[in-house]
Design a protein around this ligand. Structure first.
Ligand code: NAP
Length: 317
């Protein structure tokens, strides 16, 4: 188990290992969250309204608190505002708080810098008659961020920190030109096949903590069979998941491994002290093996990533 912490730019502390909950089945996530908090030593749960399992996560949190083993102030909860709620951030937060049975979240994120029609044919994934995403053309990142700033300033009892997710360097640059409050974090896909070193470098310069999502390459954990990861697991006498998690922790990043299996919850929290040289080896895997992005939704908007276009396809440059 790890107790590595990272300081955010507003002074609050974030536990660097957080349990991911995307695609965690409703039937299993409640027990997983309770286990992670009471037995697994986790002090951070990463949630989102769009995962459609916040009620079950909330029940797991409630059971963990009722057990007397943890108090609410002992752990960190993050949730996110999905694009269909981009014009009604406060409403999204209220809904998440109700689902999670919480009075506050520690961190609220813009989930994707995109707006979807808030009055469309589906509350989360509205589509146009031709089946394409029902993009809200009037959306601006700063318009959404102003709502975050207002919430943070006026309702600090409900939100302890605000940040973003899926922001490329150009998107961060544009936001910082106008933002009053610098985001505390940028949560992005990050693993050896997509280390996004340019984002990591930029965030470091601006005091924004990087949170690594899909640290195993998402569904099925394709990175576990990567040769460099496997070789390091053998060298450090540990598991591939422990190598992948430790790589982020030794570089000051937050990491969000997802599972609902108790043994894996424990395995994923085993931290080894990676040498600088081995950490650098993992930084370079994408150079020899090529980049691979696992989360690339076709938003129909170019989000400014060098390897990925508006249709969700890889760019050629
Ligand atoms: P991930 O954590 O990279 O990988 C999860 C996969 O690895 C699951 O199939 C899981 O299977 C498997 N796994 C986990 N531990 C294992 C172990 N010790 N041995 C073998 N297999 C193992 O994937 P992710 O869910 O994409 O990313 C993690 C979290 O990041 C999410 O849950 C979410 O909280 C966050 N996220 C955020 C965004 C965003 O847009 N901000 C996007 C994606 C993800 P089992 O579950 O069956 O154990």
């Amino acid at each position: 188990m790890t107790s590595v912490n990272v300081k955010l730019n507003n002074g609050i502390t974030i536990p660097a290992l957080g349990l991911g909950t995307w695609q965690s089945p409703k039937g299993a996530v409640e027990a997983a969250v309770e286990y992670a908090l009471t037995e697994g030593g986790y002090r951070h749960i990463d949630c989102a309204l769009v995962y459609k399992n916040e009620e079950e996560v909330g029940r797991g949190i409630a059971k963990a608190i009722a057990s007397g083993k943890v108090k609410r102030e002992d752990f960190f909860v993050t949730t996110k505002v999905f694009p269909a709620y981009a014009s009604k951030v406060e409403e999204s937060l209220k809904e998440s708080l109700k689902n999670l049975q919480l009075d506050y979240v520690d961190l609220l994120l813009i989930h994707w810098p995109v707006g979807l029609n808030p009055n469309g044919n589906d509350p989360l994934f509205p589509t146009r008659p031709d089946g394409s995403r029902d993009i809200d053309e009037s959306y601006t990142v700063i318009g959404e961020w102003r709502q975050f700033e207002k919430l943070y300033k006026e309702q600090r009892d409900k939100v302890r920190a605000i940040g973003v997710s899926n922001f490329s360097v150009p998107y961060l640059e544009n936001l910082l030109k106008e933002a009053e409050i610098v985001p505390a974090v940028n949560q992005v896909e990050n693993h050896p096949l997509l280390p996004q070193l340019e984002i990591v470098e930029y965030c470091k310069e601006k005091g924004i903590v990087v949170e690594a999502y899909s640290p195993f390459g998402s569904t099925g954990g394709p990175l576990f069979s990567n040769a460099v990861v496997a070789e390091l697991a053998e060298k450090y006498n540990t598991t591939p998941s422990s190598i992948l998690v430790s790589w982020h922790l030794s570089n000051g990043r937050v990491v969000l491994p997802k599972t609902t299996t108790p043994a894996r919850i424990v395995a994923n929290s085993k931290v080894v002290d990676l040498s600088k040289e081995d950490s650098e080896k993992l930084n370079q895997v994408h150079v020899t093996e090529g980049k691979k992005r696992y989360a690339a939704p076709a938003w129909g908007v170019d989000l400014g990533f060098p390897d990925w276009d508006a249709s969700g396809k890889r760019k050629t440059n």
